[in-house]
Design a binder for this molecule. Structure first.
Ligand code: SAJ
Length: 416
């Protein structure tokens, strides 16, 4: 059977490759000429562990091609971004134009699957009408489903296969038709439901994380006022069999957890005060981090500090919506000179000049760790030689030093 995947980004490309490996004839479509050209020259434009090897294998043994227009297929999978507008509403332009782009190729019996994250009711209220306007009876001639992606960047290939999958159909037949495609490679459970429940479930997974991270961040702020060790409190409370406090940090980044709650809030603002305030708490963390830095290092004009880690989390190259970028900007506004070190970030994707570890630390009054990259677990003491008094503020609680290392190490546990 033939599958046409619209959008070859972090989700669409790995998904295309997995479908190709499962034996489908796959056409990947992207509006970017650059993406198509690179892929056809064997070059991958995203960072994801293992993707080069999978692409090599697919190119030599399976059927995958990249092009900038759709073509006839049995199933269409839409995996385009849903950015947020300035007023925190979902921008559905890409989802709508991707749906319109496949209309000329549709034939009776085709399955249209939306993988993009969308606000509740979008499948029924926005996507289905586009297909209906083209003259199709949705659920009878064209099957429509929302199958949200739920993979963790960094573990995409494992999670695409192993995770459970929610398939939300416009009607039951749609869900069943869509499921038959995923059954070819998903080893987790496949659960059929309605499109609206699938939309809401996907958004609630990330909202659950966001609200819980906000709780951990609020605990940290309260602890620093009360003279309590927040990290110890989390460890102690988590000994309870039904408690799982999350980890505090410099904020919540990425384009999923920091965004998805807004898609629910947008549709039901009066019913979602907890989600809204959680977003505000997490958004306030860069400011809190800077306040703590100012306690550790007086903000005299020109004081130099080093920042290790700019990405939104450890071991990825992605700095979109990264709270670390905000921390750097705020530190500069307060008069600090900031040198940034991040071994995962490509210099041409970075708004700041990147430094080597030694260079960033030279003359620095404080090292602020903002991402838990593996490289930062054991910081080389030689790197710290350029600091007069090694002071380290580890917002991710990931750095270890030997007891006799003479480094003043702070984290959210000993800030009071
Ligand atoms: N973070 C904390 N404290 C924590 C956990 C995370 O501050 O205890 C921060 C991280 O540093 C990061 C952000 O939250 O800035 C999000 O990181 P993450 O690793 O929790 O999640 P993402 O955004 O990389 O991927 C999430 C995943 N969702 C869930 O775990 C519920 C993934 O499964 C989804 O597929 C993905 O969003 C998505 O595309 O929606």
């Amino acid at each position: 059977a033939k599958v046409c995947v619209i959008g070859l980004g972090y989700i669409g490309l790995p998904t295309s490759l997995v479908f190709a490996k499962a034996g489908f004839d796959v056409t990947g479509v992207d509006v970017s000429e650059h993406v198509i050209k690179s892929l056809n020259n064997g070059i991958i434009h995203i960072e994801e562990p293992g993707i080069e090897e999978v692409y090599e294998e697919v190119r030599s043994k399976f059927a995958f091609r990249a092009q900038n227009v759709p073509e006839m297929a049995d199933a269409y999978i839409i995996a385009v971004p849903t950015p947020v507008n300035g007023d925190h509403t979902a921008n559905l332009d890409y989802v709508e134009s991707a749906t319109r782009s496949i209309v000329p190729y549709l034939r009776s019996g085709n399955v249209v699957i939306i993988e993009s994250t969308i606000p509740p009711r979008t499948t029924n209220d926005v996507v289905a009408p586009i297909l209906e306007d083209a003259g199709w009876r949705v659920g009878e001639e064209i099957y429509l489903a929302h199958c949200p992606e739920r993979v963790l960047p960094g573990s995409i290939f494992r999670e695409l296969v192993e995770n459970n999958r929610i398939i939300g159909g416009y009607n039951r037949t749609s869900a069943e038709r869509a499921a038959s495609f995923y059954r070819t490679f998903v080893r987790g459970e496949i659960v059929l439901t309605t499109s609206t429940s699938a939309e809401m479930a996907k958004l609630m997974e990330n909202t659950y994380r966001d609200v819980n991270i906000a709780l951990a961040n609020e605990l940290t702020k309260a602890s620093s006022l009360l003279g309590v060790d927040a990290l110890e409190v989390i460890e102690l409370a988590n000994k309870h069999p039904r408690v799982n406090l999350h980890s505090p940090g410099p904020g919540v980044g990425g384009h999923c957890i920091a965004v998805d709650p807004y898609f629910i809030i947008e549709k039901a603002p009066s019913a979602t005060p907890l989600m809204s305030v959680s977003r505000q708490i997490n958004n306030s963390m860069p400011e809190f981090v800077v306040e703590q830095v100012e306690k550790l290092v007086p903000p005299f004009q020109g004081h130099s500090v080093a920042v290790f880690g700019l990405t939104y989390k450890g071991n990825v190259d992605d700095i979109r919506e990264s709270p670390a970028v905000q921390v750097v900007n705020l530190l500069r506004k307060r008069g600090f000179q900031v040198k940034v070190h991040d071994p995962h970030v490509q210099p041409d994707h970075c708004p700041f000049r990147l430094h080597s570890a030694e260079d960033a630390l030279n003359e620095a009054k404080c090292l602020i760790v903002l991402a838990d990259h593996n490289e930062f677990r054991y910081i080389n003491l030689d790197w710290l030689k350029g600091m007069q008094m090694p002071v380290v503020f580890d917002t991710k609680n990931c750095v270890k030093f030997a007891a006799d290392s003479n480094v003043e190490l702070y984290n959210f546990g000993n800030l009071h």
